[in-house]
Every structure is written in structure tokens, then in C-alpha cells.
Design a protein around this ligand. Structure first.
Ligand SMILES: C[S@@+](CC[C@H](N)C(=O)[O-])C[C@H]1O[C@@H](n2cnc3c(N)ncnc32)[C@H](O)[C@@H]1O
Length: 215
């Protein structure tokens, strides 16, 4: 999925992926991290989960290339921000919270990132937002910025992909294991079909959400 697709998606308010609540998997599976730890949230949209992570004492780094989504995150949450350039990319840093969002392409950002290895990752609707041919580069970009044994949580989806066009794409458990070289353990699988009207309308017979933690 290229930038133009996502710009149009946000312009048209076609953002069924956005949740107004905190993702329930965070309460259940987010590992306790030392305050001051940094968490990477690639393809973050305007997720409320950024706030939840920051409230756990973490420094949150989000990456999102659609500027209107980033501005919506700050304004809807009544945050003000300052713009700067870090690692050669536009960074919007909240004044009131330990949250900065880079307004840029994640793969390019990861290429240019030369800070300390980041020790935690939160991926919800990021890996599954990308078509198969982009997922290897996405995971390589995560790995490039993360420490060797990161902690964190990955949320994926699996459904019969012939029944509906992504995004979100169905990513099989074998593919997750292969991409992440078995660094993740599957901790729960939940039926999500009723929460995705587009899938119901498309006649998808079953759609499950999978929660993975780094082991
Ligand atoms: C399906 S949405 C998920 C957003 C968020 N993770 C959530 O849970 O609500 C995927 C987001 O990734 C952004 N995106 C897609 N590809 C990107 C890339 N290569 N670099 C930065 N952002 C990207 C899109 O603009 C979109 O906001």
C-alpha cells in the first residue's frame, strides 16, 4: 500500500481500523516495562493506544506518514506539539506527554535511525496493513531499530483471504513465525468477525485476531 492510498483513506474518513478505545490486548499482555523505556509504534495512525503506553511511563515513538492523522491525534487529545527534524525526518513532539510521532515513511525512517536500540515494540494493524511483498522489509526495518531481544506485543488477523481484499490483510501464523524467526509466542486467538462489518458483508466465514508477545 503506497502513501497515496493511505492519504485518500484518511481524507475520505474511511478509517474503520481506528478504535476509539484502548485495545484490550494491551491490558492483558503488555509486558511491564521500566519507566523511561522507549516503545516503537510503527504505522500508528491516531491510535489511543499511544496514550495508554505513555501513561505506563514509556517514551513513545510513533511513525505515521499521513500528516492529517498525526494532527488529528494531537488535536483530538487536546495536545500541543512542536515540530523538529530528527534523523532527517519530521518529528512532531507533544508538549504535555512523552509522545513523538515522526511524519514519514517507516522504512525510510528506520534506515536513517541512528539512536539507541529501542527495547519495545507495539504493532497493532501495522503488519496486517501491508501487502505480503512489503512485510519482509517492514520486519527488517523494525529489527534495524530494535534491540536484539525486544519486548512487546503484536496483533495480527487471519481470515480466508480469497473472500475479502485487504487491508487489513490476513497474515497466517506460519508467516508471522517465519518473519519474526520465532521470536514471538502466540498467547491468544479471538473471534473478531462480528467487529468487522466489512468482512461480514463480504461473506468472510471466520476472522480471528491473534495476540503475540516477544519471548
Ligand atoms: C490500518 S492503519 C492502523 C493505524 C494504527 N496502528 C491503529 O491501530 O489504529 C495503518 C496506518 O499506517 C499508515 N502507514 C501505512 N504505511 C506506512 C508507512 N510505510 N510509513 C508510515 N505510515 C504508514 C497509514 O497511513 C495508516 O494510518
Amino acid at each position: 500500500m503506497r502513501a497515496n492510498f493511505w492519504i485518500k483513506t484518511w481524507d475520505q474518513g474511511n478509517i474503520g481500523f481506528h478504535r476509539s478505545d484502548i485495545h484490550p490486548a494491551l491490558e492483558r499482555y503488555w509486558p511491564v516495562e521500566k519507566p523511561g523505556t522507549t516503545v516503537l509504534v510503527p504505522l500508528c495512525g491516531k491510535s489511543q493506544d499511544l496514550l495508554w503506553l505513555e501513561e505506563r511511563g514509556l517514551n513513545v515513538i510513533g511513525i505515521e506518514f499521513v500528516e492529517s492523522a498525526v494532527i488529528a491525534f494531537f488535536s483530538e487529545n487536546k495536545l500541543t506539539w512542536q515540530e523538529s527534524i530528527e534523523y532527517g525526518h519530521r518529528c512532531y513532539r507533544a508538549n504535555e506527554r512523552n509522545i513523538c510521532i515522526f511524519v514519514t515513511d517507516f522504512i525510510q525512517w528506520a534506515d536513517d535511525y541512528n539512536g539507541l536500540p529501542i527495547t519495545a515494540l507495539y504493532d497493532r494493524a501495522a503488519l496486517v496493513a501491508l501487502p505480503k511483498e512489503m512485510r519482509t522489509a517492514y520486519v527488517a526495518a523494525c529489527r534495524k531499530t530494535l534491540s536484539l531481544s525486544p519486548r512487546g506485543l503484536l496483533v495480527t488477523l487471519e481470515y480466508e483471504s480469497s473472500a475479502m481484499e485487504g487491508p487489513p490483510f490476513s497474515v497466517a501464523t506460519e508467516e508471522v513465525e517465519h518473519l519474526w524467526q520465532s521470536q514471538l509466542s502466540l498467547v491468544e486467538q479471538v473471534d473478531m468477525l462480528a467487529e468487522m462489518p466489512r468482512a461480514v458483508a463480504a461473506g468472510v466465514p471466520r476472522l480471528d485476531e491473534y495476540f503475540w508477545v516477544f519471548s
